[in-house]
Design a protein around this ligand. Structure first.
Ligand code: ADP
Ligand code: MG
Length: 257
């Protein structure tokens, strides 16, 4: 996936003011990229472009070597909101995209039940969303996306509403799931520690209009270890300080706040 000099303007009243400008970013297959930045800097906008929901107003966006051409296939998008259907069970919710794709009832229920088991919800197949904890609902949303066998996973602040302990458990679970499936992932968060723990690469955005101020590749940090262990690695604080300066607008970003 590649962004070259991309600008995005939303139609309507705000059209005069771009949401993001000067976006240059390359994402290689199998990479885990975290996008971090303050509220309103255009993180969700970047994901909308990746998903094919939103067309760029300037520059180029390429996916799998092709210019944007409407809907992309093979994309799993976990949005910021809880979008489970309250009247459907865990299995019913996970099976929904398969139903829309025309998979036969028995087959889709089997696939959905298998995926629910994989994300640790094997004992909750017939529960409704209101009978689940926040972390469990998050797993259902993830399972509903994974059951479609995506090649690209887009996640928008998926763990923002979870308490600290559950959040770390979900991060570990996500990392293992993604490694197993070999997915390319773009993960949006406003939590720098989360970005440094999960990502192979961290993209720091700032400003209004939003732009990318810094991209750090985390080759010099061990992967798959906890945030507590990561903090012991000397290079961790170098990344943390530089990325933080960018996000907060005092770094070498082209347009400080
Ligand atoms: N649907 C929309 N219509 C008009 N402006 C929008 C829309 N969505 C987002 N924006 C604007 O685009 C900018 C970036 O928003 P967004 O991508 O949601 O930021 P973030 O996800 O980083 O909080 C903001 O200024 C926001 O007001
Ligand atoms: Mg957002």
């Amino acid at each position: 996936m590649s962004f070259s000099d991309v600008t995005v303007r939303y139609p309507g009243r705000g059209a005069a003011r771009p949401a993001v400008v000067d976006v240059d970013l390359q994402v290689a297959p199998g990479q885990f990229v975290c996008v971090v930045g303050p509220s309103g800097c255009g993180k969700s906008t970047i994901l909308h472009v990746c998903s094919g929901l939103l067309k760029v107003s300037g520059g180029d966006f390429h996916y799998l070597g092709k210019k944007w051409q409407g809907r992309h296939t093979g994309i799993g998008y976990v949005t910021q909101r809880d979008t489970l259907l309250p009247w459907k069970t865990v299995v019913g919710n996970i099976a929904l995209p398969l139903k829309l794709a025309g998979v036969a009832r028995e087959e889709r229920r089997q696939l959905a039940a298998d995926m629910a088991t994989k994300v640790g919800l094997g004992h909750f197949l017939d529960r409704r969303p209101r009978e689940l904890s926040g972390g469990m609902r998050q797993r259902v949303q993830l399972a509903r996306v994974l059951v479609t066998n995506p090649t690209l996973l887009l996640m928008d602040e998926p763990f923002g509403a979870l308490d600290a302990v559950l959040r770390v458990r979900m991060q570990e679970f996500l990392r293992a799931t993604i490694a197993e499936a070999g997915l390319t992932t773009i993960f949006v968060t406003h939590d720098l520690t989360e970005a440094l723990t999960l990502g192979d690469q961290v993209v720091a955005m700032s400003g209004s209009p939003g732009r990318i101020g810094r991209i750090d590749t985390l080759d010099d940090l061990p992967r798959g270890v906890s945030a507590v262990e990561l903090r012991q690695v000397p290079t961790y604080s170098v990344h943390e300080q530089q990325l933080w300066a960018t996000i907060a607008g005092h770094g070498d970003s082209p347009e400080p706040l």
